[in-house]
Design a protein. Structure first.
Length: 131
């Protein structure tokens, strides 16, 4: 349950917590954005224990894909690491690929499309090595 894990203080305001994550993930301050990724990646094992938390996490994936098109290499790498960490822990390749295909590959920004293709390649090779 939510009360038995590290999210207990937020159990009554999960949507508020993830709204805060959304705000931080779109922040123009790179340090804020990177810290948010660090917190999310560190929290993934707990997030995946609860359906409500995972649902809220999945709502962040379009923002991750948007961040793949960042001009900052460090943001793109952190985004990739977050997506790969989610896949590694959840093994929900189809869900992640659907978002990348339907959002990233058709994005208006060339860099987002380009890095979406790179993430697909990396996820497929990660899946192959986990078999």
């Amino acid at each position: 349950t939510l009360e038995s894990d590290g999210f207990a203080p937020f159990s009554k305001n999960i949507k508020g917590l993830f709204k805060g994550f959304k705000t931080c993930l779109t922040d123009s301050n790179v340090d804020t954005l990177l810290l948010c990724y660090q917190i999310i990646i560190g929290s993934l094992p707990e997030i995946l224990k609860d359906e409500e938390l995972e649902y809220e996490f999945i709502q962040l994936i379009p923002i991750f894909i948007e961040n793949l098109g960042s001009q900052k290499t460090v943001v793109r790498k952190s985004t990739h690491r977050c997506i790969a960490s989610y896949f590694k822990l959840s093994l929900k390749l189809e869900l992640v690929l659907n978002y990348i295909i339907n959002v990233g590959l058709v994005h208006t920004r060339h860099r987002t499309r380009q890095h979406s293709m790179l993430v697909i390649t990396a996820l497929l090779s990660q899946k192959k090595s986990s078999i």
